[in-house]
Design a binder for this molecule. Structure first.
Ligand SMILES: NC(=O)c1ccc[n+]([C@@H]2O[C@H](COP(=O)([O-])OP(=O)(O)OC[C@H]3O[C@@H](n4cnc5c(N)ncnc54)[C@H](OP(=O)(O)O)[C@@H]3O)[C@@H](O)[C@H]2O)c1
Length: 249
């Protein structure tokens, strides 16, 4: 895949889907910024794994909800590697698993606004340079639950529907200047975020999936790589489910 020499920023790349994505983009020759919020040790391990594999990466702390920290991260990234060519908006808040009747406004706001801020601020920090250079590639990590409802996930479905809308709007506005924007929508994927689910839930999900298993972070990373490569140069505004066929559009 033709991403060698590009600079990629992956938000929330210390663990899970973001970590797998950072490693795969680096394996294919991108210089990667491994963004994290709290877990420096995990981010350093991702950077070490990339370096051991012959790749280039640095870990930079920034809470995606904090404009000042995000701006400082993008500035530092430019000093280290140059301007960002590929932006993967992956950082997500943990889901308060509750029916809407039990959900407080603070829980709803924390998930919905927190995750939208983690999209908004990195986009605002990276886009001026992409627009000036008339080139760039953005992937937003949504969820299969942006288009389907699941009991107890109303806040998650709300924000991920918003993510889909934002990505489509950007694809429309930025396409004419050569910036591609796509959405990758994982189904149930084995990460820290889903570790609280009982094994029966994973077994049932696998059984209901045409490919007869649930997702791994590497499955999502592969789809992201495909979307940001030049081989997908005529793909923008797309919504790609990565769910083993659970979700067919
Ligand atoms: N797992 C699934 O089944 C699934 C399904 C559909 C969609 N998704 C989506 O995929 C994305 C990644 O999920 P995951 O399962 O890989 O999650 P995860 O394993 O819990 O990892 C979350 C990552 O986000 C980072 N993060 C959290 N809050 C942040 C903030 N305020 N600023 C910057 N980084 C922050 C964490 O950093 P620290 O390590 O520093 O805390 C960590 O690297 C999310 O958008 C999620 O909604 C996941």
């Amino acid at each position: 895949m033709s991403i060698a020499g590009k600079v990629a920023l992956v938000t929330g790349a210390s663990r899970g889907i973001g970590a797998a994505t950072a490693k795969l983009l680096a394996k294919h020759g991108a210089s990667v910024i491994v963004n994290y919020n709290q877990n420096q040790k995990a981010a350093d391990e991702v950077v070490k794994a990339i370096a051991d594999d012959g790749g280039k990466a640095i870990a930079i702390q920034a809470d995606g909800r904090n404009k000042g920290q995000v701006d400082a991260m993008v500035k530092k990234a430019a000093e280290e590697f140059g301007p960002v060519d590929i932006l993967i908006l992956n950082a997500g808040m943990s889901v308060p698993f509750k029916s809407f009747a039990e959900l407080s406004y603070d829980e709803f706001e924390g998930k919905v606004m927190g995750e939208l801020q983690c999209f908004f601020y990195p986009l605002k920090a990276v886009l001026p340079s992409m627009m000036e250079r008339k080139s760039g590639c953005i992937v937003g990590i949504s969820s299969g639950l942006s288009r389907y409802a699941a009991y107890g996930f109303s806040a998650h479905t709300t924000v991920k529907s918003g993510v889909d809308g934002l990505m489509k709007s950007l694809a429309l506005e930025l396409g004419p200047i050569g910036i591609r924007v796509n959405t990758v929508a994982p189904g149930l994927t084995v990460t820290d975020a889903t570790s609280w689910l009982p094994p029966e839930r994973f077994a049932a999900a696998a059984e209901a999936t045409p490919l007869k298993r649930v997702g791994l972070p590497e499955d999502v990373a592969g789809a992201v790589l495909m979307m940001v490569s030049d081989e997908a140069g005529f793909v923008t505004g797309a919504y790609l489910p990565v769910s083993g066929g659970t979700q067919m559009i």
